[in-house]
Design a protein. Sequence first.
Length: 453
Amino acid sequence: MSAQTVTLRRLVLSQARTDPAVAAEIRALFRRGAVPDARVREGARAILASVKSGGDAAVRDANARFGGGRANGSLIVEPGEMAVARDAMPPRIRRGLEQMIENIARFAETERPQTRWTTIVPGVEIERRWVPLARVGVYAPGGSAPYPSSLLMGVVPARVAGVGQVVVASPAAPDGTINPTLLCAAALVGVDAFIVAGGAQAVGAMAYGLPDAGIWPVDRIVGPGNAWVTAAKLEVFGECGIDLPAGPSEVMVVADGTADPAHVASDLLSQAEHGPDSPALLVTWDEKLAAAVEVQLDAQLKTAARRSILERSLAAGATIVLAADRAAALDFVNGYAPEHLSVVVDEVEQAVALLRNAGSMFVGPFAPESAGDYASGANHVLPTGGLARSCGPLSTESYGKFIQVQRITRDGLASIRDSVEAISEAEGLMAHKRAVEIRFEKPGTTVADGGGR
């Protein structure tokens, strides 16, 4: 029998009380951030500037320099090509995509915001009106590792929200071809335009448009991507909206002795295979479980299809976090705020109730993260880098906005007049005060009644 080769790095939380280095490491994990480093931001800024000024030609040039373009240089996939890929797709894969679409849509329907009216005082009514966006851009990772699942996660909620036009951008493979499953997914959800580009130039193409191809700038860009995509999304924010800077995938499993070590190991590996920049953490207060998980990792790696990537990922970012007890473990989870969180502990719902910071939780022994990646119906575009402390998953709400509509009658204005005039005086904004006063100066004059609903 060969010797075990997998031994993950240990982080013992109790040592933070006496070891400044451990305390600093925990702080760094909690504030790791999802924003790429300054060099990537600068590089993305330069690419975006060229795309903004140079349009289609600049995107084509960036594809040639950095990869992601088609062999013939075309930036657009025609609808007929998507339809051909759809019709030629093996039935089992097509059925999987269709079930995924159905389940995502079912959950997205529950997220559709509602327009509401509130009467503040008689004669002052505020409508909070939900309005879908006109145009949305969806980035779908492609190239050597295409993700039709991410395309569907981005497009289906847009359709449910009622977005007028959906533009997808995704890079071609190194040989200049586009993955047929990606094209099939695009056809099944009826994307309005498919741009072939990757990285910062793809974000620029969506943010600034492609004049020669007749593609207008989008109102918001959504979807996950590498550091260049994330940096570019942050750079264009202000000229168009973005969902969130979703960086490399990350997984955390919090488990105790009731968990099956084989399941835990498989969950860690399923997200670690995204690459060496995808951290995988096991948080436990059971040293026997930690050791058993290492044994399972070793065994599963021996037959893994992407073994070399998994080994690099585990070496670069896999950690076993040993807590003194259940409470300390859950506190660490909340501080880290993982993108994916698997919870496999005794009295699991009590633990779930105490967990407030995670992009998406997977509860119990039969809820692997991969179910959420594909077919559970939950969205897999999630906050990373600790942003789960303040952000949630991509959802139907991400594809629209609220407009405040204020209806005020003369009597309604009279009821708040003194407050408006007093505060405007206090701020020295006398024209603000005058805009109210003038409406009451001439006897018998009334302001057009805004009415109610």
